[in-house]
Design a binder for this molecule. Structure first.
Ligand SMILES: Nc1ncnc2c1ncn2[C@@H]1O[C@H](COP(=O)(O)OP(=O)(O)OP(=O)(O)O)[C@@H](O)[C@H]1O
Length: 264
């Protein structure tokens, strides 16, 4: 289980550029939950992921994974608990290395005994079997440099690398947003399969409200560093995009943002 307790993060404190990115965020994500996160630009979604992953530290508050307080652990020490896929297909993989070398690095990250990311014959079979589940034929291209793959293929590989080591938490940061519609659909379907099969505890940021409604069992809406709406399992089952727009409108008191802000 992931527990965020009263997370507060301010950038450029005490300067004219001061920005409170997260303002007392508390959230509990249970084992096996798939939470979709929506919110307007600058709401604090990526900052929240950076704090969960250890790329940034909160100024106040704590991050607990399965009862262990990891708030002080840097990113590289949390990486065996956390899989992450970014919006940019270039971000999750090394272009100059081959597919199997990339997989070996991801694998070595969580295997204590495997200090070198070497590719043994046995491991190669394991990688091939995992790649087959993507249905893209990448299992026949183990020696291909990742830089030669298309954006969709690369994102599918990133997703596999983030999930095949059974992370405690999977963070998906708008991971389909940079793909064309057909590739986005493919990666979305792969996400569903990998998360369901692996029973992975997942949090996914998306600007696509339909996707936020269709995927997962819970939903969180953020605005100006706060969680302004949460849909639990029962509510989420019947949730519609229009309900989200209504909730957003209801929560905005100053009216400076229109409904379309969420539709970006
Ligand atoms: N390193 C930083 N230094 C200063 N300000 C930052 C930094 N990172 C984020 N911010 C600010 O914090 C706020 C939250 O940013 P964040 O990227 O978390 O929002 P977001 O919800 O992910 O937005 P988007 O949907 O546009 O990606 C924004 O106002 C942003 O400008």
């Amino acid at each position: 289980m992931l527990e965020l307790n009263q997370i507060y993060k301010v950038f450029n404190e005490g300067t004219p550029d001061e920005k409170i990115a997260l303002n007392q965020i508390s959230l509990q994500v249970q084992q096996g939950d798939f939470v979709t996160v929506i919110g307007s630009n600058g709401a604090g979604k990526s900052t929240l992921f950076n704090i969960i992953a250890g790329r940034l530290f909160a100024d106040h508050g704590s991050v607990t994974i399965d009862g262990t307080d990891v708030s002080g652990l840097p990113e590289h020490k949390r990486s065996k608990y956390i899989g992450r896929v970014f919006q940019d297909p270039m971000a999750g993989t090394s272009p100059t290395l081959t597919i199997e070398e990339n997989l070996a690095i991801a694998y070595a990250r969580v295997q204590r005994r495997s200090l070198r990311p070497g590719v043994t014959a046995r491991r190669r079979l394991f990688f091939k079997a995992k790649l087959e589940t993507l249905g893209l034929g990448l299992e026949n291209r183990l020696q291909a440099k990742v830089g030669l793959l298309s954006g969709g293929e690369r994102q599918a590989l990133s997703l596999l690398m983030a999930t095949f080591t059974d992370p405690k938490i999977l963070l998906l940061d708008e991971h389909t947003a940079a793909l064309d519609p057909s590739r986005a659909e493919l990666v979305t379907n792969l996400t569903k399969t990998l998360v369901e099969n692996g029973k992975l505890t997942t949090i996914m940021i998306t600007h696509n409200m339909q996707q936020a409604v269709d995927l997962g069992n819970k939903l969180v809406m953020m605005d100006s560093g706060k969680i302004i709406y949460e849909a639990g399992e029962e509510t989420k089952k019947n949730l519609k995009v229009q309900d989200l727009l209504n909730e957003f409108t209801k929560m905005k008191t100053n009216g400076e943002l229109s409904d379309r802000t969420l539709l970006v």
